[in-house]
Design a protein around this ligand. Sequence first.
Ligand code: FMN
Length: 397
Amino acid sequence: MMEIKPKIYWVGIKDWELRRFHGEEYSTHRGSTYNSYLIKDKKIALVDTVWTPFHEGFIQQLDREIGLKNINLIVINHTEQDHAGSLLYLMEKIPNVPIYCTKNGAAMIKGHFHKDWNFNIVKTGDSVELGDYKLVFVEMPMLHWPDSMATYVAGANVLLSNDAFGQHYAAPQLYNDQVDQGELFQEAIKYYANILTPFSDLVKRKLKEVKELNITIDMIAPSHGIIWRDNPMQIVEKYDLWASGYHEGTVAILYDTMWGATKKMALAIAKGLENKGIGVKVFNVGRMDKNDVITEIFKAKGIIMGSSTINKGILSDTASILEMIKGLRFRDKIGSAFGSYGWSGESPKIIEQRLAEAGFDMIMDPIKMKYDPTPEDLVDCETFGEQFAVKMKEIFS
Ligand SMILES: Cc1cc2nc3c(=O)[nH]c(=O)nc-3n(C[C@H](O)[C@H](O)[C@H](O)COP(=O)(O)O)c2cc1C
C-alpha cells in the first residue's frame, strides 16, 4: 500500500512473471501490474481490483490495512478480469457494499460473475462526495470495452483512467519520472498500437471532451503500469498524436520464408528504398513477436509484405499478422507485396488483396520471383524498392 497523493493509495499487484496476456494474444516482455486505488477520505472508496489469481493477497492486504467492513463503496471502471476479477471474492466478504459502474458495466459484471449486487449506475458528470474529495465519473465507451469509464478524484486532481494511458510494464518504481523512458514509451505505444488502434476516432473525441471539461489533472493513474505524475499531460498529447494517423515516415518490410528466397527479395527491396533515402526496417515475421510486429506497422508509413507461396496460399505467420491487421483497422498507410514461388505463385496477390481489404492504399503492383532469385531478379527487386520510395515521396509532398 503506497500513498500516491494525500489519502490516495496504490493497492495494486506487480506481476513480474507475466509473459502473455489476453490468452496468448498479447506479449508482455516486461510483465505487468494491476493497479487498484484506495481513497481513505471520510468515506473509503476502492477503485478497481486486481486480476483473479491475485485476489487472496489483495483482499488480505485491504483487510489488514483498513478492514474490509470499512469500505463504503467500490468503483469498477472496467469489468475485464484483470481489473474486476477479484470482485467476486471481495463481495463474498462485503456483499452489500455499493458498486459504482456504467450501465454496461453492471450488465457485464453480471455476465462475468452472475451476481446481482448493489449497483449504482453512473453517467458522465455524476459524482460521489467522499469528504474532502469527490469522485466524478467520465464514461469512455469502447475505450476499450463498452463498459469503460474513468474516475476523476476532484480535490486531488487525479484521473484514474483505467486502461487508457496504461502500459504492460512492471518496474520497481511507481512513477513515470523514475523509470527508463525508452522502456516506458515502447510499452505505451505497443499498448496503443495493439489495443486501441481500432478506436482512434473515439480516442480523439474523448480527449477533446476531457480537455473541454477544463479540469486540472496533476496525475494520471492508469490500471496497468506506471503512474504519470511528471507532466502527466505528455501521455495525453501522445495519444492525440497516435490517434491522428501517426507514422514515423519509414517503411517496414515484413517477410516470411522457408528457404530464404523471399528474404533475398526483402533485402533487395530494402536497398532500393534506402537508395532513395527512405528509412526502412526489415523483419522476419516468423521469428518475431507478433505484437512487436504490429507496433512496427503502427510506426511505419509504408508496409511491404512478402511470403513465399505454399500450397497455393501464404505462410501461416504471415496469415496471422494479416488477421491482426484486419481487426486493428490501421489508417493512412500505404503498401505493396512480394514473394518467391515455384509454379503457381499466388501469395503476393493474396497479401495485396488482404492489405487492401484492411484499408491499406496499395500503391504498387506486387512483385514475384520464381524459386531462388537471380542477380537480375534482385536488381528488379531493388528497382521495385526505389519506385515505391519515389511514389511514397510523391504522396508526402
Ligand atoms: C510445402 C511446399 C509447398 C509449396 N507449394 C507451392 C505452391 O502451391 N505454389 C507455388 O508456386 N510454389 C509452391 N512451393 C514452392 C515455393 O514457393 C518455392 O520453393 C519458393 O522459392 C520458396 O521461397 P522461400 O525460400 O522464400 O520460402 C511450395 C514449397 C513447399 C516447400
